[in-house]
Design a protein. Sequence first.
Length: 448
Amino acid sequence: MRSRVKTKESKGDFLKGAAWIAVGGFIAKLIGALYRIPLVNLIGGRGLGLYQLVYPVYCLLLTVSAIGIPSSIAKLTAERIARGESGRGVFKTAMRLFVWIGLAGSILMMAIAPFLSKAQGSREVLTGYFVLAPSVLLVSAISVFRGWFQGRNNMFPTALSEVIEQAVKVGFGLLFAYLFRDNVIKAVVLLLLSVTLSELVTLLMMYILFQRIPAPSVYKKQGEKTSVKAVLKMSLPVTLNSLLLPLSGVLDSILAPRLLGAYAADAITLFGLFSGGAVTMINLPVSICYGLAAASIPRIAKAKERGQKLRKNIFFSLGLTVLVGVVSAVGLYILAEPAAKIIFRSLAANELKTLTGLIKAFSISALALSGVQTLSACLTAQGKPQYAALSMMLALTMKTGLYVFWLRDPTVSVFGLAYATNIAYAVAFFLDLLYNMYVSRKKRTKNG
């Protein structure tokens, strides 16, 4: 009877945690989407273009220095808590390590800024690189806090931090854009500064929440100090996995327009409709499912540490993800046309028609990519994040080969990108599922 009550509480905690992150992520993305409307009106296309010159470089450095942190720290923390330890040893080691890595990222961004701004033909964005660079360090520290809280199955700080992060950025950004709307260069620099200010406020908020956690003395054991090697062993494969999609996107931006350009005069537009339109639409439900992935890590890591059945926990997380993914995919397919008209209303009629077709063709990936996200988290929780990285690498390699073949055919055109990506995510999904079954079976055999 007691174990049944414990299972119900565990499921309740899991759903509550997933809901917090899903709601927080959705609100943050909604704020970010609405932010673009007045921003473009204030700084215009040139201002937005200058902003986009700097921001992708920042995102790439951020992926290297911070993206792999939360899930790996969550896994290590959850294991310690399952043993009755406080998990603060994980936090201290990770914070020291990633603050140094984040600092290196910030310094690197400042060092390459003169060369990048010159190569981009826009020396006026040099100051923008300098004011944005500290964010790499700040987000690294924030990510450690998020991972530690998630490992304690407390998803509220992550959700709140995402909303605060966006709200502060939007508040300062719109204020600066309005005050300096007659000076585009200055407005863009201050917009980038608003990102740094938002990360600083978020870090202070996370520190305050951290200080409210009970001291280690209330736990049964203090626990051994976690080694840097253990943290890196978990974080590096997760970081590699996170890097694969943006790097694949860079490759797509080089190859796809060239292939389409062999027969289409509007090759750039066609690629933009897929990458900036269809992909954006698919990523909305995927971002909501991120809550299920994040909440799966402490749940499965604790089950593994306690010798409980892993497959039951994996299928529970995956089942919920598939349920949300199916509803999302069907909804995107049915509502593709009205959604495209509302969100991308400035597009010409023929462009809206193409975008609607792309969303319908690509809608199945809302299910596949959400599943990949959750299954990757399950592998991380079992200490095998390298398997997720391997499956994604294989899938993206297949994707590139397929669309290079399909985009040569004018009758397929840009839809070849959607078809190739659908197949790639489906392959990654089934490989991750097989890996999870293999790892969980191996663990069960080892236990007895």
